[in-house]
Design a protein around this ligand. Structure first.
Ligand SMILES: [Zn+2]
Ligand SMILES: [Zn+2]
Length: 252
C-alpha cells in the first residue's frame, strides 16, 4: 500500500518534470542552477540554447586547480561540446571555511555564499569548489575525489588528490572530466543511453560498465587502455558507448 503510493507519486512528479521542459518556460528553466544532476545535459552539449560556458572555480588557498588541469578541461569541452563562443575560466581563492570534512549540505552552503556566476542569455555558468578537506562520505580504502551534485555544480576534493601518490595535474584532470561527464548526463542520467552500458550495481548508478572508461565508477588511469597523453597530461577517454550517447544528445 505504502509502496504503491510512493510509486504513483514518483510517476506524477516525473510527468510534471517532462511537461516543464517542453513548455515555453524551457528557456527560463534552462538558466536555473537548482535543478537535479543531469538536467542541463543537452544545454552543455549542444549550442541550441547556450553557445558559451563560464566556469567559476572557487578554491581554498593552497588547493588550486593546476594550469595543466585547466588547459585539459578546455580541450575536453572543445572535444565533446558545441560551444562556438568558447569557454571562459575564472578562479578565485577563499580562506578555509573550517568545517572539517564536508557534507553535501555544507558544500551547497558554500556555493550559496560564494557563487557569483549564473547563466545569462546564451552563456551557461558552472560552479566548481576545490575543497581543503575530504567528503564525509569517504570510507577506508576509497578515495572520493569529486562529486557533481546539481545541474551546474561540482566539488573537487583536492586535499585528497594532494595526499595521493601520482601527478596532481593528472588526478585533477581525470576527476574534472569525470564529474563533467555527470553534468553531461552520463550514464543514462539526463542523456538517454543509446545502448545498455550503465553499471548494474545500484551504488554505481549513472556510471559506465566498460572497464577503463572515464565514466566507470572506479577509475585507474595507469591501467586503462583508454588512457592517453594530451597537452602533457595523461587523461582518460570515454568509451564508444558513452561517446555515442553524448552525440545523440546534441554533443560532438
Ligand atoms: Zn562518478
Ligand atoms: Zn563509458
Amino acid at each position: 500500500m505504502g509502496k504503491n503510493y510512493f510509486y504513483s507519486c514518483f510517476i506524477a512528479l516525473f510527468l510534471l518534470a517532462g511537461c516543464t521542459t517542453d513548455s515555453p518556460d524551457k528557456k527560463v528553466n534552462a538558466h536555473r542552477n537548482d535543478l537535479v544532476l543531469g538536467a542541463s545535459a543537452r544545454d552543455f552539449l549542444s549550442d541550441e540554447l547556450f553557445t558559451a560556458i563560464d566556469l567559476e572555480i572557487v578554491y581554498v588557498t593552497g588547493f588550486e586547480p593546476t594550469a595543466e588541469a585547466l588547459n585539459s578541461l578546455r580541450t575536453f569541452f572543445e572535444r565533446n561540446t558545441h560551444k562556438p563562443n568558447g569557454i571562459s575560466i575564472q578562479t578565485r581563492a577563499i580562506s578555509s571555511p573550517d568545517v572539517g570534512s564536508y557534507s553535501i549540505e555544507e558544500i551547497k552552503a558554500i556555493e550559496k555564499k560564494y557563487r557569483t556566476a549564473f547563466s545569462v542569455d546564451n552563456r551557461l555558468a558552472v560552479f566548481i569548489f576545490f575543497a581543503d578537506e575530504k567528503s564525509q562520505d569517504s570510507k577506508e580504502g576509497t578515495n572520493i575525489l569529486g562529486k557533481a551534485y546539481m545541474n551546474t555544480s561540482m566539488v573537487i576534493f583536492d586535499s585528497v588528490i594532494k595526499s595521493m601518490n601520482g601527478s596532481r595535474s593528472e588526478i585533477q584532470t581525470v576527476t574534472l572530466h569525470h564529474e563533467f561527464g555527470h553534468l553531461f548526463g552520463l550514464v543514462d542520467n539526463g542523456t538517454p543511453a543509446q545502448s545498455e552500458h550503465e553499471d548494474e550495481n545500484p551504488e554505481h548508478k549513472a556510471h559506465c560498465n566498460v572497464e577503463g572508461c572515464l565514466m566507470a565508477a572506479k577509475i585507474d588511469v595507469s591501467s586503462s587502455p583508454l588512457s592517453f597523453l594530451e597537452n602533457g597530461v595523461k587523461i582518460l577517454e570515454l568509451d564508444e558507448h558513452c561517446k555515442l550517447d553524448l552525440k545523440a544528445n546534441g554533443g560532438k
